[in-house]
Design a protein around this ligand. Structure first.
Ligand code: PGA
Ligand code: ZN
Length: 424
């Protein structure tokens, strides 16, 4: 029998893909098996997310240092978890939440807690000499491995605006989404081929084709509809067919441009009231046929969410990100009110693996579709690729098919596809 008790926990401050500090933690077992995990960081952070603990010492990294979070891992958390069985993920996570003592992990920091939570799962999988996705699958299903029949469909964020782009677009992400009957490797190829075609089209038009935080292009354009026109043109001139091989998705990230008077975007000088903004999106849908629509309204505009789901929910997935923040109470409220039909799953919004799995279970029980997602600030950690396969999420959102920290995750899905289905 392998000794799966925690011997020690190491942690350090590393940099994420934006060059900001984040936490990387290693859990080491008595048997010598170990697991490492690094946590990501968002830019368009929802008000209801668990707290990311920063040093706020302006003399280091502009206040973004995480030495306090690292110290919380190596002193407080490590001491408490010493000797605990890493196979008991729930106890580990509950112990950390209790140690923190706040509803939003504001005391020890969700970044410190999550790093230990994920690293523990990696150490556990290694100790059982199991691929991480298989171990996580059994963890999510009370010890039984359930069939993993598909690699989730990727959503490629090929044009970046909002807080992620250096251009002038208000909407945060413009996605191309391969048809879900394609194999993952074919879907990835489609994404990469069209990504390069988008670049060529932007160059041809003399538009800016530098990239944003998630690898998509960040052009200056006249309206928030223009990127969809560019993507339509790109697909028309390719071998792929819009509405058959590939579809459109948007992360509007509407909280980022909502003010007291409503939703203010460059398409018109006056802010849209909720009703008008829903009409605007319906018009967009009439032309471009959206498959996925994320955060079309602000994180507190519950009535608007109920209305838009009623009006467009049969046609497309209405996805809650800032609305739900991977939080079981907020998801339950959304289910009760029919406020959306899909959830973005970001481990660092809630702070432990156990809680994330409970959110997945609530979603599945209520026919809410699941999208496992990266953050705009990422590392090369590929945990979420294994997680997405393990919980058999419907989609994954890992950014453009470009930039090392995004590609690491797509390449990990290629590996898993080969292992599970013998095919690439
Ligand atoms: P974030 O963006 O990581 O900056 O929050 C991702 C998203 O909004 O989906
Ligand atoms: Zn989002």
């Amino acid at each position: 029998m392998v000794d799966t008790k925690i011997y020690t926990i190491l942690s350090r401050e590393i940099l994420d893909s934006r060059g900001n500090p984040t936490v990387e933690t290693t859990v080491i077992l008595n048997s010598g098996y170990r697991g490492m995990a690094a946590v990501p960081s968002g830019a368009s952070v929802g008000k209801y997310e668990a707290v990311e603990l920063r040093d706020n010492d302006e003399k280091r990294y502009g206040g973004k240092g995480v030495t306090k979070a690292v110290a919380n891992v190596t002193s407080i958390i490590a001491q408490k978890l010493h000797g605990m069985d890493v196979l008991d993920q729930e106890s580990i996570d509950k112990t950390m939440s209790a140690l923190d003592g706040t509803p939003n992990k504001g005391n020890l920091g969700a970044n410190s807690i999550l790093s230990v939570s994920l690293a523990s799962a990696v150490a556990a999988a290694n100790s059982q000499t199991q691929p991480l996705y298989r171990y996580l699958n059994s963890l999510a299903n009370h010890g039984n491995v359930t069939p993993m029949v598909k690699i989730p469909t990727p959503m490629f964020n090929v044009i970046n605006g909002g807080k992620h782009g250096g251009g002038n677009l208000d909407f945060q992400e413009y996605h191309i989404i391969p048809a879900s009957n394609k194999s993952f490797s074919d879907a990835l190829r489609l994404g990469a081929e069209l990504y390069h075609s988008v670049k060529n089209l932007l160059i041809h038009r003399g538009a800016i084709h530098s990239t944003g935080d998630e690898g998509g292009f960040a052009p200056n354009l006249s309206t928030n509809k223009d990127p969809l026109e560019i993507l339509s043109e790109t697909i028309r001139s390719s071998n792929y067919r819009l509405g058959e091989d590939v579809f459109f998705g948007l992360d509007v990230a509407a909280t980022s441009f909502k003010n007291e008077s409503g939703y203010l975007i460059k398409d018109r000088p006056v802010a849209f009231r909720t009703n008008d903004f829903i009409e605007y999106i319906k018009d967009l849908h009439k032309i471009y046929r959206l498959l996925i629509l994320e955060d079309p309204l602000g994180e507190d505009d519950w009535d608007g969410w109920v209305q838009i789901t009623k009006e467009l929910g049969n046609d497309m997935l209405i996805v809650g990100d800032d609305l739900l923040t991977t939080n079981p109470e907020r998801l339950t409220r959304a289910v009760t009110n029919h406020a959306c039909s899909a959830i973005l799953l970001k481990p660092n919004q809630i702070g432990t693996l156990t809680e994330l799995i409970s959110v997945v279970n609530i979603a599945k029980k209520n026919d809410i579709k699941c999208i496992v997602s990266h953050r705009s600030g990422e590392t090369n950690d590929t945990f979420i690729a294994d997680l997405a396969v393990a919980v058999q999420s419907d989609y994954v959102k890992f950014g453009a098919p470009a930039r090392g920290e995004r590609i690491a995750k797509y390449n990990r899905l290629l590996q898993i596809e080969k292992e599970l289905f013998g095919k690439n």
